[in-house]
Design a protein around this ligand. Structure first.
Ligand SMILES: C[S@@+](CC[C@H](N)C(=O)[O-])C[C@H]1O[C@@H](n2cnc3c(N)ncnc32)[C@H](O)[C@@H]1O
Length: 463
């Protein structure tokens, strides 16, 4: 919100002008205090709302006043009859684009379909038909099951999912294989253009799947948020319809999703291996750091199962305060269950801050074990190089660092690009090794998890 939390102005009608003070109401409404408490009938419409901002008058179109339960000290809420202005934007920078702004690019986006390869269009049309047919069959069963009790519905849904549902998922696998063949030789730009078209075509299907909807809509503004991580770990049929449950489960059964579950086991293994390389130290003396930790499920596992619980001092860093909050609640639940106290520092920072901080180890100390999963896939080469150098500074001599990155041969790549709008910076073994190539104290190698879609740069710092 802007420094100005209220604006002065006037409601201008045919018969009268009324002075108002307005505050933020919601994205599409304002809260208003009417000067001198004048009464305004429920259906009185004003031609204009004029507000003073930055020394000039900003005009909004026809509006009226309504009341609801959430207006606090204000007299009413101003809503607009012929437009939908964005007041989130207005309270940030005093610009309130209306519907015209929102729909500005529509003709351009519609014309995208003219730049799509005929073979790709044909593939998409045929797939759409088939998917819609499958959907109508499953939706029909959903409707029939509405008449049943919860327990009968649940049992029947499970039976449908395990039989016809699994057959549908195999059909879906085949459709992804076909897609891979069609786009195999596409350039990056062609992939982007065709992916964009594809997602517009299957948008209504994407929205049936909790997972696909989230990867596409990105409610927290980025991919791989803690809710997507939860869905991936839980790996279950979630959703409100049979079709939706199937389309939710399919993307989390892929190699790339399995890689996320695999790394959850891999990190505790390497952590304990590293712990074994250091002599037994005092309470909370073994320092661990996770960069871009997310909800840190793997550390919950470590704390829940490790005999060395009280030796650890963990630092969790993430730019997303919600993800850190989830990690904190889960870790305190483990502490409570085990009757033990851990030492955890939570850093709500971006790795970009690390790049600006000269002596990082003076600030955050050095750590025996540092790892970063699901971050480098989003960093360009130069940024990845700068970040890894900073992380390496934070590693104690003799310590181990693990950096995850999806491999160029990730078999889920096309699926992620086209259905999930989840585009990563993939790397080869040589590329990931080159990130620390000029660091004489780094002993580096590359390992893979079992699905082989994700690799790990495994670095030991020479003493
Ligand atoms: C795919 S999740 C991985 C979470 C966790 N490491 C795991 O493996 O479950 C990516 C995380 O990176 C965080 N992240 C992305 N960019 C970041 C940045 N520039 N600085 C710090 N955290 C970042 C996101 O907030 C998110 O929690």
């Amino acid at each position: 919100m802007s420094a100005a939390t209220t604006f002065e102005g006037e409601l201008i009608g045919k018969e009268r002008r009324i002075e108002v003070t307005v505050g933020y109401g919601s994205r599409y409404s304002l809260l208003a205090t009417i000067q001198n408490n004048q009464l305004i009938p429920y259906n009185e419409q004003f031609d204009e709302l004029s507000l003073k901002a930055n020394g000039s008058n900003i005009s909004f179109g026809p509006c009226f006043l309504i009341t609801d339960d959430n207006i606090g000290k204000f007299n009413g809420r101003i809503v607009f009859a012929h437009d939908a202005y964005n007041f989130d934007s207005f309270f940030q920078n005093t610009a309130a684009p209306g519907l015209e702004g929102h729909f500005h690019n529509l003709p351009l986006i519609r014309s995208q379909k003219d730049r799509i390869e005929p073979l790709f269009k044909e593939y998409t049309q045929n797939l759409l038909y088939d998917l819609n047919v499958h959907k109508t069959f499953f939706d029909d069963l959903d409707r029939k099951l509405q008449l049943e009790t919860d327990s009968v519905r649940r049992a029947a849904q499970n039976a449908i999912i395990e039989t016809e549902g699994r057959k549908f998922l195999r059909f879906f696998d085949q459709s992804i294989d076909d897609l891979q063949k069609i786009v195999k030789n596409f350039s990056k730009e062609e992939n982007e253009r065709h992916g964009f078209y594809f997602r517009r075509m299957v948008w209504h299907l994407i929205l049936t799947s909790d997972f696909l909807a989230r990867t596409n809509i990105k409610p927290r503004g980025y991919q791989g948020d803690s809710e997507m991580m939860r869905m991936t770990y839980v790996n279950d049929y979630e959703g409100s319809s049979i079709f939706g449950k199937l389309l939710h489960k399919h993307p989390i059964e892929t190699a790339a999703a399995q890689a996320v579950r695999n790394r959850r086991k891999y990190i505790p293994e390497i952590l304990h291996e590293t712990l074994g390389h250091f002599p037994k130290t005092g309470k909370h003396a073994f320092r661990i750091m996770s960069i871009a930790c997310g909800p840190a499920w793997e550390m919950q596992d470590v704390f829940a199962g490790s005999d060395s619980f009280d030796r650890f001092h963990l630092t969790l860093l993430d730019q997303d305060v919600e993800a850190l909050g989830e990690a904190a609640s889960a870790i305190s639940a483990v502490e409570k269950a085990r009757g033990l106290k851990t030492r955890v520092d939570y850093l709500n920072e971006s790795v970009r801050t690390m790049l600006r901080t000269p002596k990082l180890q003076d600030k955050w100390g050095q750590h025996h074990f540092i790892y970063s999963m699901g971050l480098f896939d989003y960093l360009t080469g130069p940024v990845a190089k700068a970040v890894i150098k900073k992380i390496f500074e934070l590693l104690k001599p003799g310590g181990t660092m693990i950096i995850g990155n999806y491999h160029v041969d990730n078999p889920t790549k096309t699926y992620m690009d086209y259905w999930m709008d989840w585009v990563l910076f993939y790397r080869t073994e040589t590329e990931i090794l080159s990130l620390l190539a000029d660091e004489p104290k780094a002993e580096a190698s590359v390992t893979f998890e079992d699905s082989r879609s994700q690799m790990f740069l495994h670095v030991r710092k020479k003493a």
